[in-house]
Design a protein around this ligand. Structure first.
Ligand SMILES: NC(=O)C1=CN([C@@H]2O[C@H](COP(=O)(O)OP(=O)(O)OC[C@H]3O[C@@H](n4cnc5c(N)ncnc54)[C@H](OP(=O)(O)O)[C@@H]3O)[C@@H](O)[C@H]2O)C=CC1
Ligand SMILES: O=C(O)[C@@H]1CCC=N1
Length: 277
């Protein structure tokens, strides 16, 4: 079996996530642009992907599979069955690893559309992968050997942090870190709106809000301290922060975020429930 540096990476679908992952593979040195290939029926998406990654374009899904060892399925969940249908005949059990990043689609449903014994990984990355600060959870199917598990780890480590989880938890990963960037953008936008309401120019308000979110996240990750402790360190007795926190608690912000992750998780489960396993 090939060394990681020698393997070629194929993408079915050349949209946002395929671009983020392709750029990450190249930027981290895990792959060269030469080692990337993609197929997408949308010519404009394929053109943007080749420009962003330095990879090659292929005329069909089968051509991608023939040209590479790792096949990354980066199409919408509703299109996964069709994309696998176009790719399956060229798939070789001994040679290939297939990685699906489609929300909700179970390993069993993917394996059922490939030759028996196919090595399949189901993963959930997120869009900050584009900057190398993504968060990915993935689960390996029963036919994934140590070499191919390492390929999957290398792929997602090239764009951020990785957690290997049981497949049963992947919908929760989707609800938390897959969808989570959108939840945080909403916070940044709303905090900036607050600054504008209190007189700050829009540009300054947005920069201060975004840097504050990034700084707080880094404090959690790099100090290892509990977020509650870090919150207490900002909160002076009778000061400004407790006045704001009091209002957030009364508005039920904690509950709203818990509910949002739950709703996104349940939607991920629902997306997968229609796919036959
Ligand atoms: N966006 C996100 O934050 C995340 C998304 N995901 C998952 O990643 C997957 C891709 O999402 P995203 O990159 O946002 O989607 P995009 O819509 O940006 O990209 C998907 C691309 O696949 C193309 N496509 C459609 N049918 C086929 C086919 N049969 N073969 C090859 N390509 C095809 C689409 O073309 P056309 O538009 O013409 O249909 C489109 O260009 C989804 O399953 C999603 O659940 C996972 C993590 C995070
Ligand atoms: O909204 C979605 O369905 C996809 C999956 C995770 C993030 N975006």
């Amino acid at each position: 079996m090939s060394q990681t540096s020698a393997i070629r990476w194929g993408f079915l679908g050349a949209g946002r996530m395929a671009t983020a992952l392709g750029r990450g593979l190249v930027a981290s040195g895990v792959a060269s642009g030469e080692a990337l290939i993609a197929y997408d029926p949308l010519a404009s998406a394929l053109g943007q992907w080749t420009q962003a990654t330095g990879g090659h374009s292929a005329p069909s899904a089968a051509a991608v599979v023939k040209a590479c060892e790792v096949v990354i399925v980066a199409v919408k969940p509703s299109v996964v069955a069709a994309a696998l249908g176009e790719a399956a005949a060229a798939f070789q059990v001994e040679r290939h690893l297939l990685i699906s990043i489609a929300a909700g689609i179970p390993l069993a449903a993917i394996e059922a559309r490939l030759p028996s014994g196919a090595a399949v990984v189901r993963a959930m990355p997120n869009t900050p992968a584009l900057l190398g600060v993504g968060a990915t959870g993935f689960a390996a199917g029963r036919h994934v050997d140590a070499t191919r598990l390492d390929w999957a780890k290398r792929c997602f480590e090239s764009v951020g942090i990785v957690r290997v989880v049981p497949e049963a938890l992947l919908d929760a990963v989707t609800g938390l870190s897959g969808s989570g960037p959108a939840f945080v953008y909403l916070i940044i936008e709303a905090m900036a709106d607050g600054g504008v309401r209190m007189g700050l120019p829009r540009e300054e308000a947005q920069a201060l809000a975004a840097q504050t979110v990034m700084g707080a996240a880094r404090m959690v990750l790099e100090t290892g301290r509990h977020p509650g402790q870090l919150k207490d360190e900002v909160t002076s007795p009778g000061g400004t922060t407790i006045a704001g926190l009091h209002l957030l608690e009364r508005a039920g912000v904690r509950g709203a975020f818990i509910d949002a992750v739950e709703a996104a998780t349940l939607r991920s489960r629902q997306l997968g429930s229609g796919s036959s396993g």
